[in-house]
Structure formats: structure tokens, C-alpha cells
Design a protein around this ligand. Structure first.
Ligand code: GLV
Length: 317
């Protein structure tokens, strides 16, 4: 990590479990010379050059009018871009990888193996003291489809391909990727879904992708289908999934994200025998990786150099 001093003023508003102060301390150490300012609604304009945020209040952007860039302390920028006060021309930089890709790969591979190798059934059998080998996995029976082929989705698809499962990916535009059949755009979505049994959602949440996991699309999947959602809760029409689980078209779902988080205690997903719920942990922002990545980008910006991870406001990710 660079130890070159910079004079920047940096405001931090991180609505996370670890909180704003822990992030401030970490960046203070990594950016000698910089002033780290925790967001406090009652304060005056702190004339910050940069903002480091996770789910920040819109008021931050009304008050801090000299920002040169805002860094999102996560991969998904849907929450940030939905703030009406975010200035149109302000560069938004999202986190790239920062240790998240390998966590996503592990989570999805675990979900796929759990369903295709019938581990849940063996857990049930153990409770009944039943020694009963089930069918061996036939990978052709488990075609996997990964929606979203950004850095994370691509790594997930490649890891699954390496395990020998047939894999397709769905992306906005076509690309040639060895070992993965790529379907592109809305026109090819039906064909992508029709060849897919295990659907993995890694899409960014945008106006175009909200509610994309709806009855019409899920019904196209090869039954009995399985859903792994590690992207955003608002991609999924939850009642449609519940109906298709009841009808047997869907055999189960592994869900890490929900429309309302924490998932309310009375939500049917908690108690549904075909649904596995995890509390938005598929890929957690790792502080050391995050600090190093953002510090390097601030140094680049201060020297007038370009940085990667710039969000396209048109595309919404
Ligand atoms: C987590 O959900 C993230 O977008 O980083």
C-alpha cells in the first residue's frame, strides 16, 4: 500500500454493523495526512473531497457539495444510485472484488452441491438412522444458468464449469467465454431459462432487472428447478417463488437476499422446508482489501489518473 501523504478530506457514512468509526480508523491509518470525518447530520459542510459510503443518508450529498468522487463500500450500487440527492455528474466508484468473488464462488458451489448431491436428504436420513444411498449425481441433469456475467458472475460460472456441470451465462451483450454458453439480452432470456435447472442470480439491481425472477421467467426453467439468489431481494417476486415451490415446479431455493432485511420473523421463507435462508452473508466486504483498493484509487485520482470500477449511471452498475 502506498504511504505517500495526501491532504484530502474524506467523509465517511457507513451504515454497516461495524459502523462509520471503524472505517474511519482504518482509513486514517492507511492515508496519512488525510482527514477522516465521520458523518454527523448536525455538522456543517465539512468540505470533503471524497465520500466513503454504505447506504448513506441523501442529506450527505446536499451538504457536501465539493466531492470529487464517492466510493461505495460494497459491490452493489443500487441503494446509492437510488438517492435523488446524488449529483448527476459525481463519479461513483464501486468496490471491485475485494475478497468478495471467492466468497460468492464458495457460496454458490456449496448451494449447487448441496442440492445436486442431495445433502439435505442425507441430513434428514441421518435423523431417521436411515442408511440409504441415493442416486449418484449425473451432471447433465443439473444444467446451471448464471444470470449476470460481471467479475463475480463470470468467476462463479467458471468455477461451476470446472466441476463439470453444464453452464450457461446470461448477460446484456454477447461475449465468447470458453466452456460457457453465453445468452444475451431479453431476446435470448427464454432459451437461457429453458436449458437451466439451477438458476444463479448475480445480476446488479437496476430498473431493467427488478422483479426479473418472476413467475413467467421461473416457469420457463427446467423442472424441478432450483434458485440461488445472491444478488438483491428485489430481483425476486417472492410470492411467485412460493407458488412455484408449492406447485413442485421449483424444488427449492437458497436465498441470501430479501426485499426486507433483516427478513421479518413472520415471513414464510423462514419456515419453508424447501427454502434455505442466510442473512446476506454470501460475500461480505473485507475491510483490509477494501481499504487497500480505495486508498490506491484515491492516490490515482489525486494524481489525475483514471481508476477502474467507475459506475455507469446509464446502466445502473
Ligand atoms: C453487498 O451486497 C454488496 O453489494 O457488496
Amino acid at each position: 500500500m502506498s504511504v505517500q501523504k495526501i491532504k484530502a478530506r474524506i467523509i465517511v457514512a457507513a451504515n454497516t454493523d461495524r459502523g462509520t468509526h471503524v472505517w474511519c480508523q482504518a482509513f486514517e491509518q492507511a492515508l496519512p495526512g488525510a482527514r477522516l470525518i465521520p458523518w454527523n447530520e448536525a455538522d456543517e459542510d465539512s468540505r470533503a473531497d471524497y465520500a466513503l459510503v454504505w447506504k448513506p443518508p441523501g442529506a450527505l450529498f446536499r451538504r457536501e457539495t465539493r466531492l470529487k468522487a464517492v466510493f461505495n463500500l460494497g459491490a452493489g450500487v443500487d441503494g446509492l444510485l437510488s438517492l435523488p440527492d446524488l449529483p448527476v455528474g459525481l463519479p461513483v466508484v464501486r468496490l471491485e472484488d475485494a475478497g468478495m468473488t471467492e466468497q460468492m464462488v464458495e457460496y454458490v458451489v456449496h448451494g449447487l452441491l448441496r442440492v445436486s448431491r442431495e445433502f439435505a436428504a442425507y441430513e434428514t436420513q441421518q435423523r431417521a438412522l436411515a442408511w440409504k444411498p441415493l442416486r449418484p449425481v449425473e451432471r447433465e441433469q443439473w444444467p446451471v444458468g448464471v444470470m449476470g456475467l460481471g467479475a463475480i458472475g463470470l468467476s462463479v460460472a467458471q468455477a461451476i464449469a470446472r466441476l463439470g456441470y453444464p453452464v450457461a451465462g446470461w448477460a446484456r451483450s454477447h461475449r465468447d467465454i470458453a466452456g460457457i454458453s453465453v445468452f444475451a439480452g431479453l431476446a435470448q432470456l427464454p432459451a437461457f431459462l429453458a436449458r437451466t435447472r439451477v438458476l444463479v442470480n448475480v445480476l446488479p439491481l437496476t430498473g431493467d432487472t427488478e422483479n426479473i425472477l418472476n413467475r413467467q421467467n421461473l416457469e420457463r426453467l427446467r423442472a424441478p428447478a432450483y434458485l440461488i439468489n445472491v444478488a438483491r431481494g428485489s430481483h425476486l417476486v417472492e410470492q411467485d417463488l412460493l407458488d412455484l415451490l408449492d406447485s413442485g415446479h421449483m424444488q427449492g431455493a437458497l436465498l441470501d437476499v430479501f426485499r426486507v432485511e433483516p427478513l421479518p420473523a413472520d415471513h414464510p421463507f423462514w419456515r419453508h422446508e424447501k427454502v434455505t435462508v442466510t442473512p446476506h452473508i454470501a460475500a461480505i466486504t473485507l475491510r483490509e482489501h477494501t481499504v487497500e483498493q480505495i486508498v490506491n484509487k484515491i492516490h490515482s485520482l489525486e494524481q489525475g489518473l483514471p481508476v477502474s470500477g467507475l459506475v455507469s449511471r446509464d446502466h445502473g452498475y
